[in-house]
Design a protein around this ligand. Structure first.
Ligand code: SAJ
Length: 402
């Protein structure tokens, strides 16, 4: 596929859409990005960004300044359409595909014969050949001959998005062979990793499998941490010893599993095959239970004080990002505030302010607290030493203070 004069329309300018759009812009494509938020659109058109991700500011600025990336509220005509909208879950842990449906309806009038439509959003099996293909067909497109439709799940790790967008292998699954080939041609213009091919349903399941694999393994670590606490064993020492076995590789326990991916995607498998996905479901339950276990620990320690000052370090769902989505740290802090078992102080070094929390520098939080609750393994917290917590109760859910 030629790069120059090829127009790309990216729907959704979030953690996946914006890095993808700006990367494609700097590679020479003419990129038009669409978002429902006027504020997001205006920010990007100024060459600025609304999310924190290493080097994304530089990439967006250079794509916008070169005239290769423009943002708007409505799609335009293009050669390739990329749907990168959220696929959250709703009540009963059922997938909410309304954003995918809206995006498809939005692009339908702009798609023309020969165009390629790619779904990058993580989706339940059957979304590409079901919802996307059916909606486009319903809008009058000949999906068998005229247009090409494929799923290519995003697999990048927040914090390393720009590196992984280029370096990672990609899985491309079309609704037919012609669609797969067309999508492979496109990804090969900017991906250095291998571009692997399959059908759209396998591509959908592959993405869900990757995140469920990680969820199940983190659940194992979290379950171990609760068992070890009961047994008076240091779980981090235990894991580092067990991991010296050549075929054992246990992940790290934490306050729970957050983010918009690992805490969500396994439900997309469970929702379709609830009777069969027993281990996957249990892992979700173990990880979802972990914040409550942490709260119980804080409560037990708070009972030793009259009204303790409880300092909570970190709010984001993982280290060195500003993303609070599905964050177990946020859940824990909110519940502690509601329980009113003490005065709650909060620090999140990656945010300057937050509507619900009065954020303070972490040094001040530590100095003022009776109980310090370490929730996120941010780089700045990793350099703290046990000696700095003398006379305080330290509850380290990440095992970083030594
Ligand atoms: N976590 C632990 N212990 C660990 C590892 C992670 O408690 O040993 C927690 C983190 O603190 C966080 C959560 O798990 O709360 C998820 O973090 P993560 O770094 O494992 O993953 P995400 O959600 O940032 O990104 C994942 C990645 N998937 C896999 O590694 C299989 C990424 O490649 C996907 O692109 C992304 O989901 C996505 O968008 O689906």
């Amino acid at each position: 596929m030629q790069v120059l004069n090829t127009k790309i329309c990216v729907i959704g300018l979030g953690y996946i859409g914006l890095p993808t759009a700006s990367l494609l812009g700097t590679k020479g494509f003419d990129v038009f990005g669409v978002d429902t938020s006027r504020e997001v659109v205006d920010t990007i058109n100024k060459g600025q960004i609304h999310i924190v991700e290493p080097d994304l500011d530089i990439l967006v600025k250079s794509a916008v300044q070169a005239g290769k990336l423009t943002a708007g509220l409505e799609p335009t005509e293009a050669d390739v359409f990329i749907i990168a909208v959220p696929t959250p879950f709703k009540d009963g842990n059922q997938p909410d595909l309304s954003f995918v449906e809206d995006a498809t309806r939005m692009i339908a009038p702009h798609v023309k014969a020969g165009d390629l439509v790619i779904l990058e959003s993580t989706s339940p099996v059957g979304t590409t050949d079901g919802i996307i293909a059916k909606l486009l067909e319903g809008a009058g497109h000949n999906i068998k001959e005229d247009i090409f439709i494929a799923h290519c799940p995003e697999r990048v790790l927040p914090g390393r998005i720009l590196i992984e967008l280029v370096e990672n292998d990609r899985i491309v699954g079309g609704i037919n062979d012609a669609s797969t080939s067309k999508a492979v041609e496109f990804y090969k213009t900017f991906v250095r990793g291998d571009v692997l091919t399959t059908d759209s349903r396998t591509a959908e399941m592959a993405k869900l499998t990757e995140n469920s694999f990680r969820d199940v393994n983190i659940a194992f670590a979290n379950e171990l941490s609760m068992i070890c606490d009961e047994e008076g064993i240091n779980v981090w020492e235990l894991i580092s010893l067990a991991n010296r076995h050549p075929r054992v590789n246990i992940l790290q326990p934490g306050p729970g599993v957050g983010g918009h991916c690992i805490a969500v995607d396994p439900w997309f498998i469970v929702s379709r095959t609830p009777e069969l996905a027993r281990l996957i479901k249990t892992a979700r339950e173990v990880n979802d239970h972990k914040p409550n276990w942490v709260i119980k620990k804080v409560r037990a320690n708070a009972d030793k004080f009259k009204r303790p000052v409880i300092g909570c370090l970190g709010l984001s769902f993982k280290a060195d990002v500003d993303d609070l989505r599905e964050s177990p740290a946020v859940e824990i802090v909110k519940k502690l505030m509601k329980e009113n078992i003490g005065e709650i102080l909060v620090s999140e070094p990656n945010l300057t302010e937050h509507a619900e929390f009065n954020l303070m520098p972490f040094e001040e939080v530590i100095a003022k607290s009776d109980i310090v609750l370490m929730l996120v393994d941010h780089k700045v917290f990793r350099s703290l030493k046990t000696s700095e917590f003398k006379e305080k109760v330290l509850i380290d859910t990440r095992g970083i203070i030594v």
